[in-house]
Design a binder for this molecule. Structure first.
Ligand code: AMP
Length: 362
């Protein structure tokens, strides 16, 4: 039996642990929180993410290490003694942690992105606004997630406050994309370099937080382009594991927003909606096992359960509904669980998603 070390013990770690059961894997997590979701599937070493002692202990106790969120300090990871492989590779983390490095990486492999400028003072944002035009999305280069660390600047008189709000320096100003839709493509690459990709997801966000994913996205013509982008990204990074690439669809243009070097919320539907889930394929990839079939078992819709956990009686609305309760303490804006519907046709799926969304007060 192999033991996998996971940095982070949230719901993604929990779902990795559940997928790993059938592969006869044992899990040890590193996380500073009390009783995190993944405690239900493995032992948790309670240390800060940048604790050298904690990371070294994790390395000593496991055969290989992976992570479930992208803000793992790269320096701390590098301090672990060689001998315990760490996947995905540090280059992926480094780029995903800095929106500037990420955009430059996209540019280097001809993946189009919204126009952007770096901002380190008010004057920089004024210049960016003159050159790109308003509205602009001002973002912190590092440590942003779920729409945190962002301000939309619609009028010139908002520039000073937006820069001050976000800490004045190390920012990036992005052209506001009046997108038609947001999609993501998720794929896995194993140590041998084999690649498998899932059909596109269409994702609906509210206040920067994912609410609903629908798969396969009705996006004829875009899948080939998205697959090309993802293949180039996986190969450029010599990536190992599951990766999610988020894109804006604007007319016939596909622009990259960001990538996550990990399993991703917009792929939760793969647990029931695919032959082999993103979680199992992540584990197969890092263990250099053959990757599993990513084709769909039907038409999937996933709703995030945010802030309060609804009563399970919502299940009676749909016999095709799969319920996932991460066991977290409710808090406004917190992802507590998700529900996935897998239906026989897109129409049935859409009807059931609408019914469930209404019952859940979306
Ligand atoms: P992010 O943290 O970059 O993924 O942004 C969170 C959400 O904010 C995205 O999923 C979009 O809905 C929205 N957003 C981010 N950047 C832009 C942009 N340049 N133009 C329009 N909407 C954006």
């Amino acid at each position: 039996m192999k033991t996998v070390g996971v940095i982070g013990a949230g719901q993604l770690g929990q779902m990795l642990g559940m997928a790993g059961r059938s592969l006869d894997l044992e899990f040890i997590f590193l996380d500073p929180s009390d009783n995190p979701p993944a405690a239900s599937v493995g032992r948790v070493l309670q240390y800060a993410f940048d604790s050298h002692v904690g990371l070294q202990k994790l390395a000593d106790l496991t055969d290989l290490i992976t992570y479930e969120f992208e803000n793992v300090p790269v320096m701390a990871l590098n301090s672990i003694s060689a001998g315990t492989p760490i996947y995905p590779p540090a280059a992926a983390l480094r780029h995903a942690q800095d929106r500037l490095a990420e955009k430059q990486l996209f540019g280097s492999i001809n993946i189009p992105v919204p126009e952007f400028r770096t901002v380190d003072c008010v004057e920089d944002l004024q210049t960016a606004a003159n050159q790109i035009g308003l509205p602009i999305v001002l973002k912190t280069r590092r440590l942003g997630y779920d729409g945190k660390g962002q301000r939309i600047v619609r009028h010139a008189d908002e520039i000073v406050a937006a820069v001050a709000d976000l800490g004045s320096t190390d920012l990036i100003a992005e052209q506001w994309v009046d997108f038609d839709r947001e999609i993501s493509i998720i794929g896995a690459r194993n140590v041998s370099g084999d690649i498998q990709m899932y059909p596109l997801s269409e994702n609906v966000h509210s206040d920067g937080i994912l609410q609903v994913s629908i798969a396969p996205a009705d996006a004829a013509g875009l899948a080939d382009v998205a697959e090309r982008y993802l293949t180039d990204l996986l190969q450029k990074l010599e990536y190992v594991g599951t990766l999610a690439l988020e894109l804006f669809v604007a007319g016939d243009r596909l622009l990259a927003n960001e990538f996550a070097p990990r399993v991703h919320n917009s792929g939760h539907w793969t647990i029931e909606g695919s032959v082999v889930s993103q979680f199992e394929n992540h584990l197969r990839a890092i263990l250099n096992l053959p990757l599993g079939d990513t084709s769909m078992r039907g038409f999937a819709g996933m709703l995030n359960l945010i802030g309060t956990m609804p009563d399970k009686s919502a299940l009676k609305l749909s016999p095709n509904c799969h319920w996932h309760d991460y066991g977290k303490t409710p808090r406004p804006g917190r992802k507590l669980g998700h529900a996935t519907i897998v239906a026989e046709s897109p129409d049935n799926r859409d009807q059931e998603v609408r019914k469930l969304a209404k019952a859940l007060g979306f």
